[in-house]
Design a binder for this molecule. Structure first.
Ligand SMILES: [Mn+2]
Length: 348
């Protein structure tokens, strides 16, 4: 499954001192799970303390609940004094991705990720990290961390198992999306060790009123092209809302692609999902975003962004709209609204 020997992980670590663990901006359950799992491994097997640095606010209700219930404490990004740490480990992302900014002035000792990215396209990237394990056959980075724990014969405690389980569960949609036998083993074993009360509470957290407002805007905005649901919104409340809309609309009966977009924090965020077997979302989103932005993904899901620093929002939405229709050969098609009584969707 992987050509990276897991024994290299130990060789990449310092013999003493502290490490910084980080993931992509606006961490999701897989990023959080992988960080918690790695923190536990470092402590139990190597006697190394680590601190987490999380970038970008966590706003999706499930992710907020996961962080709160598992008491995941993090340093603010500016709170890292390089003198106090030996290096950085990056999980569920790669330093070459535009949504990932490890704190500078410290060496990157390891990268553990399951996303395709520039490296797989043969582009020029620095891959000289002491431990570099990128394998897009995995459904979740939390599964990779589970395999690392197993390799070093560390059994996760209840909190760690719960965090890793959430990572595997959400990234593979309960083993239904891009899951491999490794993900299945991790899912079943971690579920046995995890705290089911906490898992239940993370799964159905209370939702704010503004969540429903956002979903209403998305429904009004959605253009139904049959095999493509195109929901290109204006300003949204959080980047996670874009992924949530893409996921939720994919549940519409029938098989389709779901592309959602929304502006937040100076970027136009995009999430692409598909429920057709064997669909490959990354090259599709790569085409749609083009040279204007960056993206990553695996299997039937991909995410990316285009900076709004030097482009107008309207211009970006138009560009994405045109390229999505071109990719799916839908330029001549008239979209329908999600609501049968209304003639067409769209909010542009
Ligand atoms: Mn992931």
């Amino acid at each position: 499954m992987t050509s990276t020997p897991l024994s290299q992980f130990a060789e990449a670590l310092p013999t003493s001192g502290r490490l910084v663990l980080c993931t992509h901006r606006h961490p999701d359950p897989d990023g959080l799970g992988a960080i918690v799992g790695l923190e536990y491994l470092l402590q139990q097997k190597f006697g190394l303390e680590s601190r987490l640095v999380l970038e970008g606010r966590i706003r999706r209700a499930e992710n907020v609940a996961m962080r709160k219930l598992l008491k995941i404490q993090a340093l603010p990004k500016g709170g890292v004094d390089p003198a106090d740490y030996q290096g950085i480990l990056v999980v569920d992302s790669q330093p070459c991705f535009s949504h990932t900014h490890p704190p500078g002035a410290l060496p990157i000792l390891g990268v553990i990720d399951h996303h395709d990215g520039p490296k797989t396209e043969g582009e020029e990237v620095d891959v000289s990290y002491p431990f570099h394990w990128v394998d897009s056959s995995y459904g979740a980075t939390s599964t990779m961390i589970y395999d690392l724990l197993r390799f070093y014969e560390v059994v996760p405690d209840k909190r760690t198992a719960t965090a890793l389980f959430c990572g595997v569960r959400y990234d593979t949609n309960n083993l239904l999306r891009g899951a491999t036998p490794a993900d299945e083993t991790a899912f079943l074993e971690l579920e046995r060790l995890a705290d089911r009360q906490i898992i239940g509470a993370i799964d159905k957290p209370p939702l704010k009123r503004r969540y429903f407002q956002q979903m209403r805007e998305a429904m009004d905005c959605c253009e139904d092209y049959g095999r493509l649901l195109l929901t290109l919104m204006g300003e949204v409340q959080s980047p996670e809302a874009v992924a949530e809309v893409a996921d939720w609309f994919l549940r519409l009966e029938g098989e389709q692609w779901s592309l959602a977009g929304g502006a937040c924090d100076g970027r136009y965020q995009l999430s692409l999902r598909c429920d057709l077997a064997d669909a490959d979302a990354y090259p599709a989103l790569r085409f749609i975003i083009g040279k204007e932005g960056s993206c990553g993904g695996h299997g039937r899901m991909a995410g990316g962004q285009i900076s709004l620093a030097d482009r107008q929002l309207d211009e970006v939405v138009h560009l994405v709209h045109q390229r999505a229709l071109e990719l799916f050969g839908l330029q001549e098609e008239e979209p329908k609204s999600l609501f049968p009584q209304e003639s067409s969707g769209g909010c542009r």
